[in-house]
Ligand binder design. Structure first.
Ligand code: GLC
Length: 696
């Protein structure tokens, strides 16, 4: 009897899985073709009244709900109207970049941590999980990824984006979107040049066209080319008008030049100030309600100040993405039990493992072999604090959070005495075999509407590090924060430094996995860690007008010959790697050609690991001023001890173009190019070769 019952159990489970899978497959494969969508858009539009069309161009939320968002709402979506008789579904929009902003969902690591993973496969899987949870909970637009350039580490929302480089931002943003959009709509934000918080609603961002095209837009174009359903226009002005009302940005470039077929949704409330300029500038949906679009547009349509053709285009864009992503029975086959279920929480743990960056590790202070130590002293409030990031729109409300101390205790088990001291106790540090000091920032220091006011750690953290490392012979510092921290004043004190960012709901377990060596850290910095604030461009978060220069981050440091504390692309491992045998498949290519670089990477250490192989390109004899080098390709490769893999990386000539302001277009120069390959952007780490571009 038991045998049969036991036998029956797996069959039922397999059958249920098969059925769920086939329902999702059926739904997936039932996705309508572009031609079917266009026909349905045309037919539906023809049946809509003026009021029905107008209503589609705005959310239907009272503005008071926006006020509640600032008090950590987390319990409902932002909605847009349906038209039942025409089978036009409603919008149900929800944030955000580290998980679905509803109750008891998976809290992943912040975007900056995923940027530090340089792992596009991981980012695809995280996007897919977030998209699944979005749909299982009935929402249909996930308001992420945030792909703004990190221009300055004081930006309050640095944690939400993937870093300072357009190419890394684009690759990670595309991976996320492709994952999310297996299930729901994604939204690339904030378009464009939203780089400060304190003056975000009023600052007028200025920059020349070349800076716009080469630095602030390439990653958005990559998401449009990948089929992102929506783009969110930012609060800031751009060249004198709100970004979503700036026709050059939101129509001429985004729609006319790039061919974006989805919809532009405003950021909330004050991102729209004028219905005529918003509609004619390229905005398609105003959220959270129609103060300028929606029914507020009726008079201007009737007076012809906004042409009917533009309203039809706005509605067509909205319908196109609704019909593309919201079938009947939208949530059928989606299991709410998977929301923050074991599969997704395991993924959150993997994200925290792969996003952590080992910055320093003298005398192999890490990993700690728990069979060889008796006592570990753990210091710092953050060791025993839930610290998953900002509590603004990107906030997530997971069913639990594993704090670092909890993760260490889970892992060390009864074999090691974990002595937790919230403040400082030199005797505890002295008597322990190792001391781990948790320091960093919280949502109080940085977040939406709240730029950082310092690049340093809090004074009490620095004092804690100095005291603990003075007394301990094996001192390890773990930092939680969303961006770069100045370290020069204390970084010589600890033997090891681990950058954990905001590590999500499984962060404590993931950090313990790394600390005790069950995971070999593979993260690399997606931003430059400067030695001092005066190395950086002006932050301009109090200015009325902010002119963004072409250079920031590693490009600025290269150009000025500045030394950073830790450079873009840098990260250590518990093993070591050797790069050799760099080869280019051609010495010359045409303007429409591509170059393929191959390099041998060897794990020369004793433990398996994953290495991020980076390829930068430099320019010799350019007609214009160009960066010393910029990132053009990367790959993450797993290597066993002693293993050598040949890694190949491709670069298309078209991706080496600069924006020529006289031609008002892209130009691929017929000059020599240098290919740099290595483990970070540090010149000393790179091996190089060169090729030329000539002819077509
Ligand atoms: C906020 C944010 C944006 C978010 C939106 C909805 O102000 O700037 O990122 O998606 O409002 O919460």
């Amino acid at each position: 009897m038991n045998k049969r019952k036991t036998a029956a159990y797996p069959f039922a489970a397999v059958f249920a899985l098969f059925m769920a899978g086939s329902i999702i497959y059926a739904l997936e494969s039932a996705r309508p073709t572009d031609a079917q969508i266009e026909q349905r858009v045309k037919d539906t539009l023809a049946k809509m009244t003026l009021d029905e069309k107008l209503a589609q161009t705005a959310g239907k939320e009272p503005a008071y709900k926006y006020a509640r968002m600032l008090t950590n709402m987390g319990d409902e979506t932002w909605d847009g109207p349906e038209i039942k008789k025409l089978n036009v579904p409603a919008f149900y929009m929800i944030d955000g970049p580290r998980g679905v902003g509803l109750q008891k969902t998976t809290a992943f690591t912040v975007g900056m941590s995923r940027g530090a993973s340089w792992d596009k496969d991981l980012e695809y899987r995280i996007g897919e999980a977030m998209g699944y949870e979005t749909r299982a909970l009935g929402a249909n637009v996930l308001l992420e990824p945030c792909i703004n350039i990190l221009r300055h580490p004081l930006w309050g929302r640095a944690q939400e984006t993937y870093g300072e480089d357009p190419y890394l931002l684009g690759v990670m943003g595309v991976a996320n979107i492709q994952g999310v959009q297996k299930h729901a709509m994604a939204c690339a934000k904030h378009y464009a040049a939203n780089n400060t918080e304190d003056n975000r609603m009023s600052v007028d961002v200025q920059m020349d066209e070349r800076t716009l095209r080469e630095i602030y837009l390439p990653h958005f174009k990559m998401t449009v080319d990948a089929g992102v359903a929506s783009v969110m226009s930012s609060y800031n002005l751009f060249r004198g008008d709100k970004a979503g009302q700036n026709k050059h940005l939101s129509t001429e470039i985004l729609k006319d030049e790039w061919g974006f077929k989805g919809f532009v949704v405003s950021d909330w409330v004050t991102a729209t100030t004028d219905g005529i300029r918003a509609a004619n500038g390229g905005m398609d949906v105003e959220m959270p309600e129609g103060t300028h679009l929606g029914m507020s547009l009726k008079k201007t349509i009737e007076e012809g100040k906004v042409p009917m053709s533009r309203l039809d285009d706005m509605v067509a864009r909205i319908l196109r993405e609704k019909f593309r992503f919201i079938p009947d029975n939208y949530t059928a086959g989606y299991d709410k039990k998977k929301v923050a279920g074991s599969e997704h929480t395991a993924l959150a743990r993997e994200a925290a493992q792969k996003g952590s960056v080992l910055l320093k590790n003298d005398n192999n202070a890490l990993p700690i072999d728990k069979t060889k130590v008796k006592t570990i002293a753990v210091f710092g409030k953050l060791a025993n604090t839930k610290n998953i990031g900002d509590m603004g729109s990107s906030d997530v409300h997971p069913p639990y959070v594993i704090k670092p101390l909890e993760g260490i205790r889970n892992k060390a088990g009864g074999s090691v005495n974990i002595n937790y001291v919230e403040g400082m106790d030199p005797a505890a540090a002295k008597s322990a075999d190792a001391s781990i000091v948790f320091v960093g920032l919280t949502w109080k220091d940085e977040g939406e509407g709240n730029d950082r006011n310092s690049l340093d750690l809090h004074k009490e953290d620095i004092d804690l590090i100095n005291a603990a490392c003075e007394a301990s012979s094996r001192c390890i510092v773990v930092i939680e924060a969303g961006s770069a921290i100045l370290m020069d004043s204390w970084k010589d004190k600890p033997e090891a430094i681990l950058m954990a960012w905001y590590p999500g709901m499984e962060g404590g377990n993931a950090l313990a996995d790394i600390i005790f060596g069950d995971v070999n850290p593979s993260g690399k910095l997606p931003i430059t860690f400067p030695k001092s604030a005066d190395q950086l461009p002006p932050f301009m978060n109090k200015d009325k007008e902010a002119k963004m220069d072409y250079y920031h981050g590693y490009r600025l440091f290269d150009k000025k010959g500045l030394e950073s504390t830790y450079p873009f692309g840098y990260g250590l491992s518990y093993t070591t790697y050797k790069y050799s045998n760099l080869k280019l498949d051609k010495k010359s290519i045409g303007k429409s050609g591509k170059i393929t670089a191959s390099v041998d990477v060897t794990n020369t250490g004793k433990v398996a690991g994953e290495e991020v192989v980076q390829l930068y390109v430099g320019y010799k004899g350019s007609k214009v001023d160009r960066p010393v080098k910029d990132l053009k390709a990367f790959a993450k490769v797993a290597l066993k001890p002693g293993e050598t893999r040949t890694v190949t990386l491709e670069v298309k000539a078209e991706n080496l173009a600069y924006w020529d302001k006289d031609k008002n277009g892209w130009v691929v120069e017929e000059i020599d190019y240098i290919v740099f390959v290595g483990p970070s952007s540090a010149q000393k780490d790179l091996i190089s070769d060169s090729f030329k571009i000539s002819g077509q």
